[in-house]
Ligand binder design. Structure first.
Ligand code: 13P
Ligand code: SF4
Length: 327
């Protein structure tokens, strides 16, 4: 199916020029009130989208906010699995995603039928899935985790039970090391976090010995081995605020730099380029959402997430377990 998300509708005559980002942002706020909507945004969204949001967070914080909101409409500026999680938690609400094609390489790497085979081959295992997966995979899981709570949750599992971990092998390896538990890993990875160049990182470290290297656990092991601090997006943001270091070499999606700079304007941040010198570490899925598409989805109330009710009910169980275990 093809989802065209270009601005196909002429904006209403409201005495504003919606080609102007400031007017577009104002029109979004007006429409948001009319629709009784809340706008949730992940830190990997463009700056202008972050500025339009009621709440910005990492995957865990956004799930919590989606679970507790009283708004009638949730506009999720993030990727499909995030909006899907909001819908699983709020079946009676309208959940909008500005661009339905905003997917995720991790979710794509773990088709539900292949995952079912994997589970069948490991019948004794507890199944822990990273939230970056489809509702159909969540529905087959015992427990969902995010990069914020994965270590803490795995440590709570019975010591005599083996564990399957999907779909991010890099996160899984880090969780195994931190928790001291052996995990059987699904071989998925994030196309963004596996692009960083080790050579470029080593060069930046030599040039800026005072800088702390901070990394997201979706990065590959050889890069995590060079990091001074590893954590989820929110934990990396907090680290730039609380550490005494004057500068940071940041190994994660560059959308987070916007909030890092706002909260710690005196600190210097260095981005690590990709292996061929590219700046390909902006998530191509996250960046499909734009301010225009955000306006358009509020205007048309589409595209909205729809889910099979049986899958939704089954997927809700491990998500609620996660929220209870990481409260
Ligand atoms: P967190 O929001 O848990 O840091 O995950 C990062 C990510 O890649 C989201 O897709
Ligand atoms: Fe998926 Fe990686 Fe993009 Fe996050 S950054 S949405 S894990 S592809």
């Amino acid at each position: 199916m093809v989802f065209t998300q270009t601005l196909t509708q002429t904006p209403p005559e409201i005495g504003r020029n919606l080609a102007d980002p400031a007017d577009l942002a104002a029109a979004i706020q007006t429409l948001k009130k009319e629709r009784r909507a809340i706008i949730l945004a992940h830190y990997y969204q463009d700056d202008a989208i972050q500025d339009s949001a009621d709440f910005i967070g990492d995957s865990l914080e956004l799930s919590r906010r989606a679970a507790s909101t009283e708004a009638e409409v949730i506009v999720f500026c993030g990727v499909h699995f995030m909006a899907e999680t909001a819908k699983i938690l709020n079946p009676g609400k309208t959940v909008l995603l500005p661009d339905l094609e905003a997917g995720c390489s991790l979710a794509d790497a773990c088709p539900a039928d292949a995952f079912a085979d994997f589970r069948r081959r490991h019948p004794e295992h507890i199944v822990v899935s990273y939230i970056n997966c489809s509702a159909a995979v969540k529905a087959q899981s015992d427990l969902i985790c995010t990069s914020s709570n994965a270590v803490q949750l795995v440590q709570q599992l019975p010591a005599d039970r083996p564990i399957l971990f999907a779909p991010d092998q890099n996160l899984g390896r880090w969780v195994a090391r931190e928790s001291g538990r052996e995990l059987t890993l699904w071989p998925g990875s994030c196309i963004v976090h596996e692009t960083f160049s080790e050579q470029a990182l080593l060069r930046l470290r030599l040039e800026h010995p005072e800088a702390e290297v901070i990394a997201h656990p979706e990065c590959q092991q050889h890069l995590l081995d060079l990091a001074d601090f590893i954590g989820s997006t929110s934990k990396l943001l907090q680290r730039t605020e609380t550490s005494a270091a004057p500068s940071f070499i940041v190994l994660t999606e560059p959308g987070i730099l916007y909030q890092m700079r706002r909260r710690s304007p005196s600190k210097t941040l260095y981005e690590v380029p990709g292996a061929d010198g590219c700046s390909c570490n902006a998530c191509p899925y996250m960046r499909l959402n734009t301010l225009e598409k955000l306006w358009q989805c509020l205007e048309t109330m589409a595209p909205a997430l729809e889910l099979d009710e049986d899958i939704r009910r089954q997927a809700l169980v491990p998500i609620e377990r996660m929220l209870a275990m990481s409260a």
